[in-house]
Design a protein around this ligand. Structure first.
Ligand code: IDP
Length: 153
C-alpha cells in the first residue's frame, strides 16, 4: 500500500532566492499538509551521510558542497499517495526536462541547483524524515505525534 507521508528539502538556492513562501504555497495548494517543518544548515559530515547513496556518483562532492552552502527548509508532508504525488509536483531532476508548472520548472536553476528534494520511496521518506526529525516533532492532523511514519501509513 502506498503511504501518506513524504519528506522534502527546499534547497539552498531556493532559500537564497527568496522562494520559501512561494514553494510552501505551491505545496499547500497541491493538497499536502505540513506534518513537520524546520529551518537548518547541514555541516559537511551530515550532508555526506544524507547523500551517502550517491557517494560513487561524479557529482557527489559538488552536491555536498551545494547542500552545505546555506540554510535549507526540511519538512514532512502528508497526503494520500504522498511520495508519488510529490514527485509529480516537483518534476524531473533536470529543470529543462521538468513539466511546466512543476516546482523545479518554476524555481530550479540547473540540474544541481534544482530547488527541491522529494523522497523516492516510502522507505526513504521514513529514513530521511528520521534524519532530521525526532519522534516528538512530527504531528498528525489532530496535533498528536506520528510515532512511526510507516505504521501511520
Ligand atoms: P532526484 O533529486 O530527482 O531524486 P537524483 O538522481 O536522486 O535526483 O539526484 C539527487 C540530487 O543530486 C539531485 O536532486 C541534484 O541536486 C543532484 N544531481 C543529480 N544529477 C546531477 C548532475 O548531473 N550534476 C549535479 N548535480 C546532480
Amino acid at each position: 500500500m502506498k503511504g501518506n507521508y513524504t519528506f522534502t528539502i527546499i534547497k539552498p538556492c531556493a532559500v537564497q532566492s527568496g522562494h520559501i513562501g512561494a514553494i510552501l504555497g505551491d505545496i499547500a495548494d497541491a493538497g499536502f499538509r505540513v506534518a513537520a517543518l524546520k529551518f537548518v544548515r547541514l555541516n559537511k559530515k551530515e550532508a555526506q551521510e544524507f547523500y551517502k547513496i550517491h557517494e560513487e556518483r561524479p557529482f557527489y562532492g559538488e552536491l555536498v558542497d551545494f547542500m552545505t552552502s546555506g540554510p535549507i527548509v526540511v519538512a514532512v508532508l502528508e497526503k494520500e499517495g504522498a511520495v508519488e504525488g510529490f514527485r509529480s509536483l516537483i518534476g524531473s531532476t533536470n529543470p529543462k526536462e521538468a513539466a511546466p508548472d512543476t516546482i523545479r520548472a518554476k524555481y530550479a536553476e540547473s540540474i544541481g541547483r534544482n530547488a527541491i528534494h522529494g523522497s523516492d520511496s516510502d522507505d526513504n521518506a521514513k529514513i530521511e524524515a528520521s534524519f532530521f526529525f525526532s519522534r516528538n516533532e512530527i504531528f498528525n492532523s489532530e496535533g498528536g505525534f506520528v510515532e512511526n511514519l510507516n505504521a501511520a501509513q
